[in-house]
Design a protein around this ligand. Structure first.
Ligand SMILES: [Mn+2]
Length: 201
């Protein structure tokens, strides 16, 4: 069942154009070009720590701001994850991780439930309004994780437990999410069929 858990998508609107491909059973290789440097950094970390192979080529109206390009890339990534997961036969389904980055500490818990839900908390006051690298608003972290979560059909609890540096707080969250995601989508040889008493996810 692990063969062919891949997806390739193109999504174009008047605000952005996204080309994305992924392989859930990869080794964490990535080639990311979104024209938003800090977002490239986050997606590269996501691939590395989820072991998803990921290529993204995005362009958008960043002359306005990064919002549309980041959000639309999140929508496309979530949609691709959902496609690549297929019927979810043989996966572990749940994953959780605590990931530190120096003083920052994030926890992510993922359920490949098919029921989109995000519970997000713990970012310190002021984080949402901070411009990381001068171009990436802290508020975009929740926005893009929401887009991924909703379109992939994941239930995610993402919590910042500690942190002071905005770069660290953002990156720790993406790494924790990646690590929990890896565990949740990984094939479990003891699971037969779809891991739900309902028989479907
Ligand atoms: Mn970094």
């Amino acid at each position: 069942m692990t063969a062919g858990r891949t997806a390739q998508l193109t999504r174009t609107t008047s605000e952005s154009s996204i080309e994305l491909s992924l392989d859930l059973d990869g080794t964490g290789q990535s080639d990311i070009h979104t024209t938003v440097p800090f977002f490239d950094h986050l997606l590269t970390a996501f691939a590395k720590h989820s072991l998803v192979d990921l290529t993204v080529k995005a362009t958008g109206d960043i002359d306005i701001d990064v919002h549309h390009t980041v959000e639309d890339t999140g929508i496309t990534l979530g949609t691709a994850i959902r496609q690549a997961l297929g019927d979810k036969t043989g996966i572990g389904r749940f994953g959780d991780a605590h990931v530190p980055l120096d003083e920052a500490l994030a926890r992510a818990v993922v359920d490949v439930s098919g029921r989109p839900y995000l519970v997000h908390s713990g970012e310190p006051e002021g984080f949402a309004l901070h411009l990381i690298g001068g171009h990436f608003t802290g508020s975009m972290i929740r926005h893009v994780v929401e887009a991924i979560t909703f379109h992939a059909g994941l239930s995610v609890h993402l919590t910042v437990l500690a942190g002071r540096d905005p770069h660290h707080i953002a990156e720790a969250q993406f790494k924790a999410f990646a690590r929990a995601f890896r565990e949740a989508v990984e094939p479990d040889p003891r699971v037969s069929g779809v891991p739900s008493t309902k028989g479907a996810l």
